[in-house]
Ligand binder design. Structure first.
Ligand SMILES: NC(=O)c1ccc[n+]([C@@H]2O[C@H](COP(=O)([O-])OP(=O)(O)OC[C@H]3O[C@@H](n4cnc5c(N)ncnc54)[C@H](O)[C@@H]3O)[C@@H](O)[C@H]2O)c1
Ligand SMILES: [Zn+2]
Length: 339
């Protein structure tokens, strides 16, 4: 078992990394004693509800299951979960345990932040992406028809419990999705290396990723500066994700985006092929298909209509060196030259 303590303004919380769910009840008891809404999507319910119900037999639990997929991160689900809590007479001393990926986590976190002005929120992230990315940092949200994550709150969990064996049922696409973010962390901080990635030890990759993200979010909890570094690969990645109509996973698109950013960074800083080779070798420490089949024009078009692009310039995270990225504001004309 490994533990990490994350400091947020509201509270400090533990991230527990264990091979299975055997310590769940004990860890929940350390932070909480009320009744518990355990929230799943259909897939995580089928996979984990028997075991989790058994493990949490000392608690009064209420299960609710949402459809799997991004559409569940909606105002309708938000209202449904709030009503579920109210119908079951949940009070300030009760709490929510999210069992699922980032969709269930973001939804539950936002509900917990606002039901009775804030109740206890705990999560068991069951996708690699949600484990290494959304489980810490306190960002919660649902989508509006007008756009993703448009309504939400910063709200720190009280516990994050990672059962590494939960990832055994993930399809390859979801593993690759998480690996995209993990490789991103290797560009942000030297504590994650190409050999760590090649080695592929899940506990090691999860722990190192969370330590890197912890450092960034503790320095900039409310996303006013340093946290922007976490967007490495994301501006191009989001464009590719959207152009592919979400055929590629988010993390794979981030990896494709980093590949493009390696090109752009080497032009911007005037690096030679050796430096580029060094950056590419790190990215290729996982077997991503980095090919982007969309034209530069299509990608630029997407980027410049992005909401962050209203000022005629875009903030891009560039790779000055491994473990040294910087946010650079580039006017559209300059971006066109670099692409
Ligand atoms: N809050 C943040 O800081 C933050 C950061 C990154 C992403 N996000 C959000 O996270 C969401 C994406 O998260 P995600 O990729 O986990 O998607 P997801 O929650 O939709 O999960 C992906 C799929 O995997 C299935 N699944 C979950 N656990 C499984 C398991 N153990 N075995 C088999 N299948 C399993 C789910 O049912 C779903 O079909 C997006 O909405 C994104 O905006 C939030
Ligand atoms: Zn991402």
């Amino acid at each position: 078992m490994k533990e990490l303590l994350v400091k947020a303004k509201e509270r400090e919380y533990k991230v527990v990394i264990e091979k299975d769910f055997s310590l769940l009840s004990q860890k929940v008891k350390e932070v909480f004693g009320g009744k518990l809404a355990v929230v799943y999507d259909e897939n995580t319910h089928a996979l984990f509800s028997n075991e989790i119900t058994q493990r949490l037999k000392d608690f009064q639990i209420f299960e609710i299951v949402f459809p799997a997929g991004e559409n569940t991160k909606s105002l309708q689900s938000y209202a449904k979960l709030l009503s579920f809590l109210a119908d079951n007479k949940f009070t300030r001393g009760d709490g929510i345990l999210a069992v699922g990926g980032g969709v269930i986590g973001d939804l539950c976190g936002f509900v917990a932040s606002s039901y009775m002005r804030g109740i206890c929120y705990m999560s068991c992230p069951t996708t690699l992406l949600s484990c290494v990315d959304s489980s810490i940092g306190g960002k919660t949200a649902v989508n509006l028809p007008e756009g993703k994550n448009l309504v939400g709150a910063f709200y720190a969990p009280s516990l994050v419990y990672v059962s590494l064996s939960a990832f055994d049922s993930l399809p390859e696409r979801e593993i690759e999705c998480g690996m995209g973010e993990i490789v991103k962390y290797a560009f942000l901080d030297g504590s994650m290396t190409a050999s760590d990635i090649k080695n592929g030890d899940r506990e090691d990759l999860v722990l190192k990723s969370l330590k890197i993200k912890k450092k960034v979010v503790e320095n900039d909890e409310f996303d006013r500066g340093e946290r922007a570094k976490l967007n490495l690969g994301h501006t191009v990645g989001h464009a590719v994700e959207s152009l592919s109509s979400y055929a590629y996973s988010h993390g794979l698109c981030v990896a494709k985006g980093i590949d493009k950013i390696i090109d752009i960074s080497c032009k911007y800083y005037g690096y030679n092929d050796d430096k580029k080779g060094e950056f590419s070798a790190l990215l290729n420490s996982y077997k991503f298909d980095l090919d982007i089949e969309f034209s530069t024009e299509e990608i630029l078009e997407k980027i410049t209509v992005d909401k962050k692009a209203e000022t005629g310039a875009v903030n891009l995270v560039l790779i000055k060196d491994i473990a040294n990225v910087e946010v650079v504001k580039l006017p559209f004309e300059r971006i066109k030259e670099l692409f």
